[in-house]
Ligand binder design. Structure first.
Ligand code: AMP
Ligand code: ZN
Ligand code: ZN
Length: 410
């Protein structure tokens, strides 16, 4: 009986010890999980060409490259602002999300979408796919968005948790956006966004007005570099700064368009052939039924442009399966615009994404990124990257995380 009692005590002691061990395991696991919570801040600098950092003085972007990831983004066609920001948000090519240009005609409804028209621009029917802020919400994450194209639209019946109307004036200044981002990231943990996305209009505006190689664009690039430096240093002062991933990217590059490099097309077309003509890089032509071939034949031999029937657009551009794409697409050679109005010298974009002039900046730094430099990659991959960083399941998209796994730790 005594021996029995002794064994009993030993067994209880072992079990107690085991429980303590279990508890220690559990606590370690919980603390690892807790410290594994990371945040991500993504900044888009409109029209920030990837090689501006080689021409201009950008110490912060250089530091990001030295300590984090350096690459470039290949935009989706057409290399314009709205299609590409919404591609970055959804991981879908413009053909598949429906914002196929900054301005386009929708033959189904007869509506003209334009980023300058608040009514069509905020009409959810134009926006297909699932933006990252909706994917994240479905999976219990919080997102705060500052002016990202598409974020002030009720896509699938929902706005992001926090966002701003682009058309509401006055818009937040660049400094107010920085303060807003820092404020959001300083909120208590139960209110803090898992992801912040913010849009800045420069250096696109200067690039258009003065061209990519100009002292004004130099100034704009150097200003956004120091703006990002000030944002990053403010984020670095937060007690959990080591858990913040910081990404700087852009939608497209910028090319020089010399004075008078416009291709007039109206003079070759009979008004009765045409429903609508929209855009200049590229130009989408919506023909009257049965007149498609007449339009094509009238333009096909023009210099400095490629002219495609919608179904014959080269596959690598992933453009033309959407019926919002013109029946005929006129794609200008780099440095030209399809318009009747004689152009003044300026900068512009919208050209073939394979052209290096159209590639955009990509830099990333933070706990999930490996110090690396990889070849330029397709911007449809950013959605998958953000889903990976947020630890959420992506919706169907055109990207492939494997193409960029070299930039991630794991
Ligand atoms: P792009 O013509 O492709 O260079 O487009 C750049 C323009 O898009 C800039 O002039 C911005 O003012 C404009 N833009 C950016 N975000 C929005 C938005 N959410 N709504 C309307 N316009 C925008
Ligand atoms: Zn842009
Ligand atoms: Zn632009």
């Amino acid at each position: 009986k005594k021996i029995n009692n002794f064994a009993h005590v030993i067994i209880i002691k072992i079990m107690k010890k085991f429980k303590t061990l279990q508890l220690i395991f559990l606590m370690t696991f919980v603390s690892i999980m807790a410290s594994a919570k990371h945040y991500t801040v993504v900044i888009s600098l409109d029209g920030c060409r990837w090689d501006y950092t080689e021409w201009y003085n950008t110490p912060f972007f250089d530091t990001m490259a030295k300590e984090g990831v350096s690459s470039g983004l290949i935009p989706s066609y057409p290399s314009k602002t709205f299609p590409n920001h919404y591609t970055i948000a959804t991981g879908l090519y413009p053909d598949n999300h429906g914002i196929i240009a900054n301005e386009f005609f929708d033959p189904k409804t007869g509506l003209l979408f334009s980023l300058g028209d608040a009514k069509t621009k905020t009409d959810p029917q134009f926006y297909g796919g699932e933006p990252i802020w909706n994917t994240a919400y479905r999976q219990g994450k919080r997102i705060s968005v500052f002016y990202w194209p598409g974020s002030d639209v009720k896509v699938n019946g929902r706005y992001p948790d926090s966002f701003f109307y682009y058309d509401k004036q006055p818009r937040l200044t660049f400094s107010q956006r920085i303060e807003g981002i820092v404020h959001a990231m300083s909120l208590p943990e139960n209110k803090r966004p898992d992801l912040v996305m913010a849009y800045f209009e420069q250096p696109d505006a200067s690039g258009h007005d003065f061209g990519p190689q100009s002292k004004h664009t130099r100034k704009a690039v150097e200003q956004v570099d120091s703006l990002m430096e000030s944002l990053y240093s403010k984020l670095c002062q937060l007690p959990y700064s080591a858990d913040i991933n910081f990404i700087v990217l852009s939608d497209h590059g910028m090319a020089w368009v010399p004075q008078g490099n416009n291709i007039p097309i109206s003079k070759y077309l009979k008004p009765e052939w045409i429903r609508k003509i929209s855009g200049s890089i590229p130009c989408n032509i919506y023909a009257q039924k049965g007149c498609e071939q007449k339009v094509y034949n009238a333009l096909k031999n023009l210099d400095h442009v490629q002219v495609w029937n919608r179904k014959d657009i080269p596959h690598y551009l992933h453009f033309g399966s959407n019926e919002r794409v013109g029946d005929i697409v006129v794609n200008p050679e780099i440095g030209y615009m399809v318009t009747d109005v004689p152009t003044r010298a300026c900068g512009s974009h919208g050209f073939d994404p394979e052209l290096l002039e159209m590639h955009a900046i990509f830099r990333a730094i933070g706990p999930d990124f490996r110090h690396s430099s990889i070849p330029h990659f397709r911007n449809v991959n950013i959605y998958s990257l953000l889903c990976r960083l947020l630890k959420i399941e992506p919706a169907t998209n055109d990207g492939d995380i494997n193409e960029i796994k070299a930039i991630l730790k794991e």
